[in-house]
Design a protein around this ligand. Sequence first.
Ligand SMILES: [Zn+2]
Length: 159
Amino acid sequence: MSAAPSRRRDRRLMGRALALAGLNHGLTGKNPSVGCVITDAHGHIIGEGVTGKGGRPHAEETALQEAGAGARGGTAYVTLEPCRERSSGMASCSSGLVSAGIARVVIAIEDPHPTARDGIAVLREAGVRVETGRGEARAARLYAWFFGSVPASRATRSK
Ligand SMILES: [Zn+2]
């Protein structure tokens, strides 16, 4: 089995993550509803998650828990940049993905929010391959309200 990234698979799995995100859209309080799909090293889906009602748990936490040890060497598809730090002081999703041994993270859109920003940097520093922009147009529509709540000085830093 090849673990080589396939554009078609990426598109399909990000579509699935976006559909998951849509399930709890409007039900996650101040947090955006995020969808996450995790595959093993062979590209088989082993975990899925959506942000919990009220904003917790985060989608990545649920998907990683379901995936378990199979996540090692796998790929995570996330509709929004995984958080870098959390106001609650709990482990962030970016460090969770690193600890689980995820090799590649495909992200629809970057998060301009101050406490979530730079999750991508955390992943890259740990040697995880990160790709952004897959499904970005759909994600931008989904998160327009959330991005609109970000302080302007931060929003302009995006990209
Ligand atoms: Zn998170």
